[in-house]
Design a protein around this ligand. Sequence first.
Ligand code: 26Q
Length: 817
Amino acid sequence: MTAVDLEVDQLNSSVDALRRSLSNRLMYGVGKDAVAARPQDWLHAAALAVRDRLVARWMSTTRRQYEQDVKRVYYLSMEFLIGRTFTNALLALGIYEPMKEALAGVGVDMEALIDLEPDAALGNGGLGRLAACFLDSMATLGVPGFGYGIRYEYGMFRQQIVDGEQVETPDYWLRSGNPWEFPRPEIQYPVHFGGRTVQRDGHVEWVDTQHVNATAYDTVIPGFATSATNTLRLWSARAPEELDLSAFNQGDYQRAVETRNASENVSRLLYPDDSTMAGRELRLRQEYFFVSATMQDLIRRYLRTHSTFGRFSEKVAVHLNDTHPVLAIPELMRLLVDIHRVPWDKALAHVQQVFSYTNHTLMPEALETWDVELLSRMLPRHLEIIFDINAEFLRKASEGGAHDPEMIRRISLVDEYGQRRVRMAYLAIVASHKVNGVSKLHSQLMTRDIFSDFARLFPDRFTNVTNGITPRRWLAQASPSLAGLIDDAIGPRWRADLFELGALRKLRGDASFEEAFRAAKRSNKVRLAHRLAHHTGLTFDPDALFDMQVKRIHEYKRQLLNVLHVIVRYNRIRAEPQREWTPRVVLFAGKAASAYRMAKTIIKLINDVAAKVNHDPIVGDRLKVVFVPNYGVSLAELLIPAANLSEQISTAGTEASGTGNMKLALNGALTIGTLDGANIEICDSVGPEHIFIFGHTADQVDGLRSAGYRPRQFYEQNAELRMALDQIRTGFFSPGDPARFSDIFHTLVDWGDHYMVLADFAAFVEAQEAVDRRFVDVPSWTASAIENVAGMGMFSSDRAIAEYARDIWRVKPVELG
Ligand code: 26Q
């Protein structure tokens, strides 16, 4: 490599320079004449013009990182739910308005282009979006961080609603090319599968394997209002040979292509999460595929500037976003011990200082375990390493006093009950120096319940870092109206220091600010109502209360509790149509995992209830119910700013944190919620008078369960609840198919109501009545909405990343000079 300073065009960001760039990029980058350019081509050209401006920063940040020999964070995640990049990059660079003007200068409406960009939907929900917010914050804070994951060809499926039911279509998001990524065909690592191990000269060799190559695609992650950037590196699978040559030579072209396809399938598609461990072989291949390439890549980068592994753990931090990438542990051990000949004990010591792990769920059925037999077939060397780590761990544990064989069985990395399985969370705990939960409650329950033995063995290892969200996307980008108003009131610094929002409290009682605040929210509701009118054919009153539950469809999140309230409200309106009702629009959005029957039935129920309610002339504008299809990052940016009420109603003890709760509160919605996950901390921050808390606490849920929960008693004793459930059971909402929802009824009434919907029902309805009363008290509601915004300082992902950097990764920002 030569180190000459190249002469490149210095790109400034005046309107004139941007207009020139647009023309250049359309012509030389996209290869189109302006007379033939479609909006899609202009978007591509504009993206390239923006990307060009990021690259200079990217290169200088990377150079600085090398010069300062910084410690780097490798954030390993199976999911990065990035959404769109165009607006985000424009705002990070501070060139939104100049670009809009430059495009207008060539006759193009930028707002229309923005909606053409497909979402990068390489994730399911909270965990994937958290990874994306964290990348944004790492870049903004200058923390030298790399995201590593898989470049799925098919992201999260697209959801259509046909006759009220979810229909999935594949999300081929790369159809029109991806202007943001840089393919790196020269960066390529073999990833091996299968085979067996042999001993040779005192070392283990893994032989007779098959392999696939992992090739890198890089995306620049811009920091906000800083020249610091980071890199998201995603791996794509390439067959080692273009075609199966033996098949090709025998003239069997079909088989030649099929072999290639089979090995490239590993990065084909994202697995939807139904919150149970299905144990699919291809999923395990994906997990190993991306961590193997990542570990090879980070070792190569480390060895570029170091000749021994002596300082490895001073220079490298690897973070596991849940257990999905946990095979990075045995893979790093294998590379250090078998390939680089580092002694086992030294290697293990490095590994333990390098790795850290975030847990995102307490639900036992969602914790990853993998069949020993499957691991021994696919990754025999890794299984040996896991067994060796386990043997050493169990030996030390019993030396340390854990003699009880029952305890040893409980903490073993291998579950020996029935078919043997490796407990991936236990492996992550044993081989990491820090393990964190994602909210205070979750971290407490984690050490009290699922990992209690480990918390006793390693008390210093467990910690909490409450989740956060990036205010750049979730306020500045999603709600320009509210963001502009806040800028006028307290200046623009909240974007980089969200605690600044606390200054809004000084405006308490300022009638003109409150008026402007209401107007900003209203404009977001009008914006949404327009879009909804377009595809539902319904009209929505922007002065109604917009009540929103937007998240994956899952029984523990209790969309059913919300639906039951809607039904009761409907029955009440019909019983007393002449009474004053606070008009409401109840909005639902979210995807159900394709294999999750109950979740799909819940979607159908919501739509059947909506059809009945929306077409009942007695009800009119007093109640509307909408299921908005295809929830994702971009739709969230449209929905969330329009919410007045945020539904965060999971059974206490089941939602690890939630992050939608933070996004909605930041946009001035009041929360109706249980004392679960981060809701508790939101309540502490905004004050109990500005939030509607209801229902059983986590401890009360445990108590009720152990005392013997009898859901049928609630059904029998509450007449309104009984009526609603009977309507569901007898086909009131599905007259053409009266038995359609009988399983929902039985799940709640006869089969144990695992998530205690009926136990919280009465309290929920009461809390909703309190919501109605507050909403009509306009000044009081507005004051609370402002308090919610003002109280969101600690829920910035910048705060979360600063905590990770200081307490877990022990990294410092790069100096930009
Ligand atoms: C695992 C194995 C096989 C196939 C899929 C999966 C899988 C995929 C995704 C398992 C879980 C997920 C995603 C989990 C998730 O999003 N959890 C959420 O994480 C958020 C960020 O911490 C929290 O705020 C939410 O409370 C939590 O539910």
